[in-house]
Design a binder for this molecule. Structure first.
Ligand code: FBP
Length: 547
């Protein structure tokens, strides 16, 4: 396989570990824990894994460990650093005993159920150290939640003599890891389950999990290209760039990128919801910034838009809910209607308020809302081109203002969507180190007989040697939420906190960034060079942890 010079050099990079993990370790147990909410309900659902103590690994005496077989699964969307979690786990179990074995289940949780696996040997692992992607074993979105799946999985676990399973995933996958841990514990199967916090979205975090892996690299990758666009924008001075950023519901990615690049505008979905802004409010806000800049002779700028925005606009949320219901019941009839008449048909059948909003949407967006449904019958909001929707509506508003003599300027828009570009980037030093440490920590949790824990590495704005490694009972992060009409135990998703330091910092600066051209050009991720260039954590982490 041909490799780039950087790939070759990067393969030799030795990820940094917390000092405590460098030699033999011992597990220091803290006080018993409680779930963040709904304690009684969670305790009843997880009698075997509830209330366990926090674990911290500290330097200890070397002890002999028997060889163990471990299984690993990559679950959900790709995030930079997944291969390093696996290499850290591999090195950890090999250090415990050189005869330990690691099995990777292919294409996500489905691989466990379908008995699709491969042994990950030293030769394979070495090919993937410090690389982006999940291609070592692939990933998938099969949900592990049914008893038949747990039992099917147990068959192959038994056959391969696997003692522990490590599930690398987001909030839903880790919720399922916890349910699986509880199930195997209740059945006395002697199989441990450990989770690892993954997702570029940055929404799996709490008091004990400072950040999910991949967020650092993905944001830096997007910030690099946004910076490049800003420099182009400031050179040509003729376009407004509307840039949508991945991140599903939460706006962490958009906010982090805004803090890195200082754009003219960044919309934060959580604020839009809290202020009950309408689509027109959002459009008016953007149009006003465009008009003010035009008045100062600046007919250019950048707008960052989080992927999930549409669902946070209360009126749009109501429209989507009614459309989902309506199409679920009238889908067949709707499909028979001529394309050219579908819009009118929908407008006629919706409630007055929703019909008015639907009618105000540009043709393309309205069609997307009425067509693409996922297997659960929901609109696939990530397919809605919010960046085009907003720029079209801004153009219409500006045209009206022009008529009224309220705006003099030129408005030409370019559109971008950054998501997949960042999910498999070569992990930054931060993610390479963080992931390797998470994987290594998982091996120590296994060695200490733990199950139902998430691997945790904290103090991440300090140099890696000072990071604190340990485990957090997954039940500690849970609460009860309504899912598909039923109350379920789930890990609380972390949305952007409007009273948190990152948003507060942004809110304090945004007026100046809107007026001035205060762009920052972060440049590409650096893998070799001075530590202040190569090892800087995200602005989000720095602001959250500023003492
Ligand atoms: P995870 O939550 O599984 O980590 O996925 C993150 C994500 O990249 C979201 O930001 C995005 O909305 C979604 O995956 C896209 O999904 P898909 O990979 O199925 O296109």
């Amino acid at each position: 396989m041909t490799k780039s010079a950087l790939q070759i050099a990067r393969a030799a990079y030795q990820p940094k570990l917390p000092q405590a993990l460098k030699g033999a370790v011992v597990a220091k147990e803290g006080e018993p824990t409680q779930s963040v909410a709904d304690q009684e309900a969670i305790k009843a659902l997880f009698p075997n894994t509830y209330g366990m103590p926090l674990i911290q690994f500290v330097e200890g005496e070397a002890v002999e460990f028997p060889a163990i077989n471990v299984g690993v699964i990559l679950s959900g969307g790709q995030a930079p650093g997944g291969h390093n979690v696996i290499s850290g786990l591999f090195d950890g179990i090999k250090k415990l005993n050189k005869d330990s074995k690691l099995y990777g289940f292919i294409l996500g949780p489905g691989g466990l159920v379908d008995h699709n696996y491969k042994e990950l040997t030293a030769e394979i692992i070495d090919e993937y150290r410090n690389t982006g992607g999940f291609d070592i074993i692939g990933s998938g979105r099969t949900k592990l939640e049914k008893e038949e799946q747990f039992e099917k999985g147990y068959e192959i676990i038994k056959e391969l003599g696997i003692k522990a399973l490590v599930i690398i995933g987001g909030d839903d996958s880790n919720t399922n890891a916890c349910v699986l841990a509880e199930y195997y514990a209740a059945k006395n199967y002697g199989v441990q389950v450990i989770g690892c916090p993954k997702t570029i979205d940055g929404d799996l975090k709490n008091e004990m999990i400072e950040t999910s892996f991949g967020f650092d690299t993905a944001c830096k990758t997007y910030a690099e290209v946004i910076g490049n666009i800003q420099r182009d924008c400031n050179s040509a001075r003729k376009y407004w760039h509307f840039i949508k950023l991945m991140g599903r519901s939460a706006s962490h990615i958009a906010l982090e990128c805004a803090l890195q690049v200082q754009p003219n505008i960044c919309i934060v979905s959580e604020e839009v919801e809290a202020k009950e802004m309408s689509l027109d409010d959002v459009v008016t806000y953007i149009a006003q910034v465009v008009a003010d800049r035009a008045a100062a002779g600046n007919n250019f700028g950048t707008v960052l838009i989080p992927e999930g925005l549409i669902e946070f606009i209360p009126a749009m949320k109501r429209l989507i809910a009614e459309l989902n219901d309506f199409l679920a019941h009238n889908g067949a009839e709707f499909a028979m209607i001529k394309k050219s008449q579908q819009r009118e048909y929908i407008i006629k059948h919706l409630s007055e308020a929703n019909a008015a909003i639907y009618a105000s949407l540009p043709e393309g967006v309205a069609r997307q809302l009425s067509l693409d449904r996922d297997p659960h019958g929901n609109v696939q909001v990530s397919l809605i081109e919010t960046e085009k929707l907003l720029s079209e509506m801004v153009a219409t508003k500006l045209a009206a203002w022009k008529e009224e003599g309220k705006y003099v300027g030129k408005f030409a828009a370019q559109h971008h969507f950054f998501g997949y570009e960042g999910r498999c980037a070569a992990p930054s030093n931060f993610d390479a180190d963080y992931c390797y440490s998470l994987g290594y920590t998982a091996s120590m949790l296994i060695a200490n007989g733990k199950t139902g824990y998430m691997s945790s590495v904290r103090n991440t704005t300090a140099p890696a040697a000072e990071w604190i490694a340990g485990g957090v009972p997954i039940t500690m992060m849970m609460n009860m939420e309504r899912r598909h009409g039923e109350m379920k135990p789930v890990i609380q998703k972390a949305l952007v906190k409007l009273d948190g330091a990152p948003f507060q910092k942004f809110a304090a600066c945004r007026e100046a960034w809107a007026k001035e051209t205060a762009y920052v050009y972060p440049g590409p991720i650096q893998y070799f060079g001075p530590t202040e260039v190569c090892d800087e954590p995200t602005k989000t982490l720095q602001l959250e942890q500023a003492k």
